[in-house]
Design a protein. Sequence first.
Length: 307
Amino acid sequence: MRGLVTRAHGLWFEVALDGQNRSIIATLRGQLKRRRQKTDIVAVGDRVWVGELPDGEGAIEYVEPRIRVLARTARHTRDTEQIVLANPDQVLFVFAVREPTPHVRMLDRFLILAELQDIPIRIAISKMDLVETTSDSCADRVFASYEGIYPVHRISAVTGEGLPELRATLEGRITAVAGPSGVGKSSLLNALDPDTARDVGAISLATGKGRHTTIGTRLHDLGNGTYVADTPGIRALAMSAIPSDRLDWLYREFRPFLGGCFYPDCTHVHEPGCDVREAVERGNIPLDRYESYRALRTGDELAEEVG
Ligand code: GDP
Ligand code: ZN
């Protein structure tokens, strides 16, 4: 039977079976367990093939090759890859317009991380109900830079603003949701998933019975092949090392201007004849984003974040 891994706890996995409207708890077949590799053998989001044992327990026999991964340790490091979510179709970064005050440098780090792993990106600006008038809206000022670069959704879990449109972009896909705490990710998931009873009586992966709080990534089934994953731990990952020589490429809106600088190894910080800086001056690259790039490139930002 083919299925999708929706939760993981140690060597226990919850697998939603294709076309069956049920899940089973599965462990790894011995052969798989012994395989040595520089990545998690099974992760949430993996498509797997399982056999069912007489006691109803499952055994994962085969893991389909991953299309892409959202990993805690990026591919460019030599560490073993730690997968946050396998096969994400896209990632949704949620930041509140107020409460908490938006931290766009953190958003930039999330964006870099997703660009590094080639994951299509959407941004949701939550709590739009807290903006009184559009004219004094700090949302427009702080997030305006991103609108020409990525799809931006303005939403409110309270009024329902923007939710049908956002829901439509999730349809049939696996979406990783990430953002700082308190921005309303749980509220968003609840608003998108009317079937709140779904969690009640969820099977414990540790014991196979009763309720149990799970840690780590978990896929929420919104029906019709639509899954949303909350991805705790991505914050720490956003703070990890970023390859500085590729950093310009990871600021997506810089790409049309790369290759035009006088020095082929231009850092776009101080060199003459820099196409990127010219683009900033002409307004083709948002100044905020350039300053964010420069802070990361020169290491100022790293010191600030870690300290
Ligand atoms: P999470 O930490 O990102 O999962 O955030 P929560 O969903 O727990 O929400 C944090 C707080 O923000 C709670 O007090 C929510 O009631 C509130 N909140 C969430 N969404 C909205 C919204 O759209 N508008 C307003 N005004 N408050 C919200
Ligand atoms: Zn340059």
